[in-house]
Write a protein that binds this ligand. Structure first.
Ligand SMILES: [Mg+2]
Length: 134
């Protein structure tokens, strides 16, 4: 199969929302979300940052696993620094969502206790989830 990248770009453009391609629509959407009560500037900061810093965390692991970087105290410290950067953005998210970090953890524990009622991981329960189990 030969891929024509220009045709693929046309396809991608056709299945992309106006908010992703037009500044006025993007700005209007940001305004709409603000008026709906979303703290969209902080949510966007958190979402972008959690993933960017998570990528920096993963980059260190990638270099250890695939590029011969050793497991040593310097890399451990670097991982902790990047984890702290992730946490800074997690705090942005908890502020945007008006929820405490404790409550997020409590909710996560409840969700996983429901998914794994026996209290331990099971592949089947991991793969086959209830419709409302996200
Ligand atoms: Mg960082």
């Amino acid at each position: 199969m030969t891929i024509n990248f220009n045709r693929y770009e046309e396809f991608v453009a056709a299945v992309t929302s106006e908010c992703s391609t037009n500044f006025v629509d993007f700005a209007d959407r940001i305004g709409d979300l603000d008026r709906q009560g979303a703290n969209i500037e902080r949510l966007l900061t958190a979402g972008v940052g959690i993933n960017a810093e998570g990528g920096e965390f993963l980059e260190i692991i990638k270099k250890m696993v695939f590029q011969g970087k050793p497991w040593n105290e310097d890399n451990r410290e670097h991982l902790i620094i990047e984890l702290g950067d992730v946490m800074w953005y997690v705090a942005q998210a908890t502020m945007a969502l008006d929820i405490s970090f404790d409550e997020v953890i409590e909710r996560n524990v409840k969700k996983l206790e429901k998914r794994y009622p026996g209290g331990s991981f099971e592949i089947n329960r991991s793969e086959v989830r209830a419709a409302n189990d996200r």
